[in-house]
Design a protein around this ligand. Structure first.
Ligand code: ADP
Ligand code: MG
Length: 250
């Protein structure tokens, strides 16, 4: 579903990704950990076409990100084509970014109606199903300000799912939450994983990584330092930098 080969990204002269290699198979979960500034968010943003890579190759669902290959040459995708690719990728951020003037259901229904031209009644029906799936069916008419952080984040997940993504990206989805609200969001994510969603999750919740992750990737300074089965990486990290990092978060 995702393949990165020597992916590089620089901002001006600052090299943030220095050759990232990794692969995510369909219906699997990759958890990504690493110190602040190591390039985790930038990498997710490259996958989601929010940043253009500066080197290497990146594929999502078999298609090169940002480029079209024709006759051995690469052409940059047009804005419209990029928008089309982005629809297949759901993203959930640390901050929930809900529309404050819309109810939970309104938030979930908005993109299918506006972007995909879905029929509003159908979108509402499907939106309600999704809110029920994240445990918020009864709160569908509440506004974000009336919901807890954990509930808002679950609405954000339902909103991303409303576009029927092939891939879900999570960028520290529980870092901004009070500790007692973390579990309810992780439970929803675990349910998604069990239902077969392909996911890349940047998180420092090592319990989640161990139990739900099929792969655990440790990034530092713009490269993948270590990757493997989460239990193996957590129990016996091979690299000194991984050991040092894990000793701080475990
Ligand atoms: P992480 O998510 O692992 O904390 P980021 O991907 O957010 O790391 O950032 C990695 C580095 O890239 C940081 O040093 C950050 O300052 C830099 N960076 C990120 N986005 C930009 C940008 N748009 N312009 C310049 N530097 C950036
Ligand atoms: Mg980040």
């Amino acid at each position: 579903m995702v393949k990165a080969e020597r992916v590089r990204k620089h901002f001006g002269r600052v090299e943030v990704l220095k050759g990232v290699d990794l692969e995510v198979m369909p219906r699997t979960v990759m958890c990504v950990v690493g110190p602040s500034g190591s390039g985790k968010s930038t990498f997710l943003r490259c996958i989601n076409h929010l940043e253009q890579i500066s080197g290497g190759r990146l594929w999502v669902d078999g298609e090169l990100v940002g480029y079209r290959q024709r006759g051995g040459k690469l052409y940059e995708l047009k804005e419209k084509e990029v928008a089309q690719h982005r629809r297949d990728i759901g993203m959930v951020f640390q901050r929930f970014n809900l529309f404050p003037h819309m109810t939970a259901l309104g938030n979930v229904v908005e993109a299918p109606v506006q972007v995909r031209g879905a029929n509003r009644a159908d979108a509402r029906r499907r939106g309600l199903e999704l809110l029920e799936r994240v445990g918020l069916g009864e709160r569908c008419d509440m506004y974000p300000s009336q919901l807890s952080g954990g509930q808002q984040q679950r609405v954000a997940i339902a909103r991303a799912l409303a576009m029927d993504p092939k891939l879900m990206l999570f960028d520290e989805p529980t870092s901004a939450l009070d500790p007692e609200l973390v579990g309810e969001v992780l439970d929803v994510m675990r349910g998604l994983a069990e239902a077969g969603m392909t996911m890349i999750v940047v998180t420092h919740e090592m319990g989640f990584a161990r139990e739900v992750g099929d792969q655990l990737v440790f990034m530092d300074d713009g490269v993948v330092v270590e990757a493997g089965n989460p239990r193996d990486v957590i129990n016996s990290p091979q690299h000194e930098r991984t050991q040092a990092f894990l000793s701080k978060v475990l």
